[in-house]
Design a protein around this ligand. Sequence first.
Ligand code: DX5
Ligand code: ZN
Length: 216
Amino acid sequence: MTGVRIEPSILSADFTALAADVARIPSADLVHVDVMDNHFVPNLTFGLPMVQRLLQVTDLPLDVHLMIDDPDRWAPGFAEAGAAVVTFHAEATGDPVAVARAIRAAGARAGVALKPGTAPDVVIADLGEYDQVLVMTVEPGFGGQAFQPAMLGKVAAVRAAIGDRDVWLQVDGGIGPETIGPARAAGADTFVAGSSVFGQADPDAAVRHLRGLAAS
Ligand code: DX5
Ligand code: ZN
């Protein structure tokens, strides 16, 4: 299994002070950026212009999590802008492999995400096309929800299918000191954490704490 990556989610940061909040997490491996369109999920955040601006104020790589309809139309633009990883939902497109290829062609790692109710078969059949599989451990749309332990079996199934491939296995939703250990044990290597990082007085200490728990 590869090393551990910790990705604080700015969904739980201060939207009026994003540059300052991102500067408070220097120990993070990537910054997780949740783009929501109020169609694929019942919540609305921000789009490409905000991501372009964020790229100008941090040296940390960005992982853009697209919770939007029509990723075929929108995903390549986030890669062209300079995001290191662009992750779209398998449920939002009829052709996830084509979206992943467009993301790679635009210069980013291609991630594919699965809602809790989506079986992993759709991505396991084409694992060579993806650089990251995101197993959602809550219903996408909001921070601060409780981790769903029933997702651990899906994490383990995807881990077994990945084998030796350089595919990151990410979990997102309810990750904190109580849940990162079981998620790691099931095979995840890339951990999104929103409220358990930015909800703390010292977010960088929270990142380091989570990394230590995942490594032990
Ligand atoms: C939820 C988002 C998550 C969110 C996680 O739909 O995809 O990235 O920020 O927040 P926590 O870590 O608080 O569950
Ligand atoms: Zn997310």
